[in-house]
Write a protein that binds this ligand. Structure first.
Ligand SMILES: [Zn+2]
Ligand SMILES: [Zn+2]
Length: 343
């Protein structure tokens, strides 16, 4: 029985010809995307797109319509399944290009911003036409969070912002209706907001400032290894910007030269570790620099060498290990207290 079905399915899929697909694309262009999807009875594609002459088309809707052009009736969304092994495979067999495009999941930084917008809107839905939704959409398009490659045209558009804010609101304890399927982080970030609103608002402001100051010319992360190891804030915008600022090689050389001129040891300000003493010539003048003042406080000013602390690699990681960074003085106190317990 199943063999019969499989044959039947295969035959009907194979009925769709390349020219029928071209005709469906023409109809899509004639009506415009929204009307085409609506009249054909399809939702927007979630992952697979037909690419033709540099334009993207929702593959399942195109295929369903093409099925009708090929002589049989038009297939509706429920009549067949889209995806890699069905629609995408058949379109590829016909010689078309099919692209898999999925918008990346929302990061914690993004959810913090959406949550701040929801709070500012008194935990009410944020209409996609509203200024707040449009502003947030523009902010989240920043390449500081997600790279430009691989995004879909609807990446973090105002409608997506409206959906995300609605997801967050349904996690609110005062919300009476049913919860939507948001991401687990929605509820977590919301709980943080309800527990410590001032702190979360300040965090949202800092993320916003960082995104506004982001400058793509700085290119990739200077130390992917360091950012990989940061647990909760992994990929966090604040950490990315921070590392980028303090890893400026010219500034670091200047800082080290000044320290030597002033007779300051090239050693960690928190724990005293001296790379030269441990590693000999190989460790000569080796040290990391940590920026003492958060970007949200300084704004986009040039980093001066007195803003940088000399810090060993271990201490630097400990400072940034959790979302709330330690100051160099805090870490020194911690190291000293720990050493005291060992004596
Ligand atoms: Zn150290
Ligand atoms: Zn640092």
């Amino acid at each position: 029985m199943s063999a019969v079905c499989a044959t039947f399915d295969a035959v009907t899929f194979a009925d769709v010809t390349a020219s029928a697909v071209i005709a469906a694309v023409a109809e899509f262009k004639r009506l415009g995307r929204e009307k085409f999807l609506e009249s054909a009875g399809f939702g927007p594609a979630t992952a697979y797109y037909l690419e033709l002459d540099g334009e993207l088309y929702d593959s399942k809707a195109i295929f369903g319509y093409a099925h009708g052009v090929s002589g049989d009736r038009v297939w509706r969304s429920d009549d067949f399944s889209g995806g890699d092994q069905t629609v995408a495979r058949h379109l590829r067999e016909l010689g078309f290009t099919v692209r898999y495009l999925r918008n990346p999941n929302w990061t914690r930084d993004e959810i913090v911003l959406a949550c701040a917008a929801a709070e500012a809107n008194k935990w009410k839905t944020l209409a996609q036409e509203s200024r707040r939704a449009i502003k947030l959409s523009q902010l989240l398009q920043s390449p500081a969070i997600h790279p430009l490659e691989g995004r879909r045209a609807d990446f973090r558009n105002p409608a997506g912002i409206e959906r995300k804010v609605s997801d967050i609101i349904t996690c609110h304890p005062d919300y009476k209706g049913k919860r939507t399927n948001g991401n687990r982080l929605d509820g977590e970030v919301l709980a943080d907001f309800l527990e410590r609103p001032a702190e979360m608002r300040a965090l949202a402001e800092t993320i916003k400032t960082t995104l506004l100051l982001w400058d793509e010319s700085g290119a990739a992360l200077p130390d992917p290894d360091l950012s990989d190891d940061m647990g909760i804030e992994e990929g966090g915008v604040l950490l990315k910007m921070h590392l980028r600022r303090e890893r400026d090689p010219k500034l670091k050389r200047k800082k080290i030269a000044e320290a030597k001129r002033d007779g300051v040891a090239i050693a960690c300000e928190a724990c005293g570790f001296d790379f030269y003493r441990t590693y000999g010539a190989r460790g000569l003048d080796y040290i990391e620099c940590h920026h003492r003042t958060p970007l949200s406080v300084t704004g986009k000013t040039r980093t001066r060498s007195q803003d940088l602390a000399l810090i060993c690699s271990n201490c630097h990681r400990m400072i940034h290990r959790t979302a709330r960074w330690l100051t160099v003085a805090d870490l020194r106190t911690l190291v000293e207290a720990q050493r005291a317990t060992e004596r």
